[in-house]
Design a protein around this ligand. Sequence first.
Ligand code: FES
Length: 106
Amino acid sequence: MPPERTPLLPSAQLPIGRMTCVIVDGLPIGVANAAGHIYAFDDTCRHEGGSLSSGALIDGTVTCPWHGWTYTLHNGKAIVPPVGIRVRVFPVTVVDGMIFADIEWE
Ligand code: FES
């Protein structure tokens, strides 16, 4: 099944340095504006399910607010132990001021 281009929110609602969570068909998707680059990712931490978009956005990484696991947003890989774990990331496009993510449903 091809990815589904899904509207998330207007880019004007996501200033630089901010994150939010959008629920799409029950899937929580984190959306971050890191220095003008928009990322979309699975908002559920792989450790115990913390909301990553409620954590800290620093230099293209997101740190979970619960116990500090940190993921690189461009590929979803954890960069503090345990490395190798990753969260899903979704390709993003911005069209006419709306942020879209391409989501492949399993
Ligand atoms: S739930 Fe995210 S680090 Fe524990």
